[in-house]
Design a protein around this ligand. Structure first.
Ligand SMILES: Nc1ncnc2c1ncn2[C@@H]1O[C@H](COP(=O)(O)OP(=O)(O)OP(=O)(O)O)[C@@H](O)[C@H]1O
Length: 353
């Protein structure tokens, strides 16, 4: 059963003043303050002062004081909040705190996704912010899948958006220097990266989703029962991808990778699926550019590109062989090396329309 729908009233709003173009606070006061006052939603504004501020805060907070934790930033701050909640001794209860997202970054993948789930026509910038503000005022709460990710150092982190290696991870990190231009930074980064397109060697394996099996929603999931140790071979039920030459690997569990990158047309916040994309070596630069341009309209799978593969999976393992590279989780760089992941359907709760 789904958790009951409840309208949050006491809300902690965490704003990263440096996110995106550095205007998150002005956007909040200009567009949202009035809306929240009119909707009679009491809130406390917390302006984050440094990296991991939000993580430490929610780790120690008395959560009985709050009906919802809302993030106004990019996706990086929500990643911190989710991991702060999961690091608590009472994580099973803490992660049930409804979470909200207001776009303040330059990527805003989750904000674009929740707007999309509300079946509204596409929106950008202030229009997207107003849509997310409206959803916050309505306060409908639904389930959100989380993905548990294991790194080589045995660290375990929780992700709500994506795990990326190769082209997508490189563009995400390299384009951070263009953050002041907003969402167009990804297009700029894509063009720059295309000029130095490279192939990454690695091994990829995954546990396919069994067709027609509906994911089981367990509010208190067991440990990662689908994952063997990273030093053990993958089980026989897994599919081992034959090629070791990749241009990119992208595991994503929401519809949007950024405001104008509609990566998974059929995704839902709680579909219990890791949508795994990979592009194999040998793709030409124009073909790769065509895929990213088509992604604006969610049409990349219809391009008929033989190098693009899409699988719905429950767990995966990626073992880079190339010595250097970038792996990102929810757009943040993590340790480079072998990594594996498993979905936990509906583990968290999210405010969306
Ligand atoms: N006051 C602050 N000063 C420096 N870093 C901060 C501050 N507040 C938060 N952070 C950190 O900034 C990082 C980036 O935040 P986030 O991804 O939310 O925004 P963004 O990078 O602007 O968004 P986008 O990736 O969409 O451009 C997070 O890891 C967060 O910990």
């Amino acid at each position: 059963p789904r958790p009951p729908v409840r309208r949050p009233c006491r809300v902690m709003i965490l704003v990263n003043p440096l996110s995106g173009r550095g205007q998150a606070l002005q956007l909040f006061t200009g567009h949202l303050q009035g809306m929240l006052t009119e909707a009679a939603i009491p809130y406390t504004l917390v302006i984050t002062e440094h990296q991991n501020h939000a993580r430490e805060l929610v780790k120690k907070a008395d959560l009985s004081q709050w009906d919802a934790l809302v993030i106004m930033s990019g996706d990086g701050l929500l990643f911190e909040v989710i991991n702060g909640l999961m690091e608590r001794d009472d994580w099973q209860e803490a992660i049930q705190t409804p979470l909200g997202i207001l776009p303040g970054g330059s990527g805003n993948a989750l904000a674009a996704s929740v707007h999309h789930y509300s079946q509204s026509p596409p929106a950008w910038n202030e229009e997207l912010l107003l849509s997310c503000g409206f959803m916050l005022c309505k306060g409908l709460v639904g389930s959100l899948d989380l993905v548990s990710i294991h790194l080589a150092s045995k660290q375990r982190i929780f992700s709500f958006l994506s795990l990326a290696w190769g082209f997508v991870a490189d563009v995400d990190i390299e384009s951070e220097k263009y953050r002041h231009v907003g969402a167009i930074r990804f297009l700029m980064g894509t063009l720059v990266r295309l000029a130095t397109l490279r192939v990454y060697q690695g091994r990829l394996a995954y546990l396919p989703l069994i067709p027609n099996s509906s994911p089981t929603h367990k509010p208190h999931p067991p440990p990662d029962s689908l994952l063997p140790g990273l030093d053990q071979p993958v089980p026989e039920s897994w599919t081992v991808v034959k090629t070791e030459d990749f241009v990119l690997v992208l595991a994503i569990y929401q519809s949007h990778l950024a405001e104008d990158l509609w990566a998974v047309p059929g995704a839902a916040a709680d579909d219990g699926i890791i949508h795994l994309f990979y592009v194999t070596g040998g793709i030409s630069r124009p073909a790769l550019l065509r895929l990213f341009l088509a992604m604006e309209k969610g049409a990349h799978l219809a391009c008929g590109c033989p190098h693009l593969v899409y699988e719905k999976v429950r767990a995966l393992r990626l073992e880079p062989i190339s010595r250097q590279g970038v792996i990102t989780v929810d757009g943040e760089t993590v340790e480079y090396g072998p990594v594996q992941a498993q979905i936990h359907p509906g583990l968290a709760r999210l405010i969306y329309g």
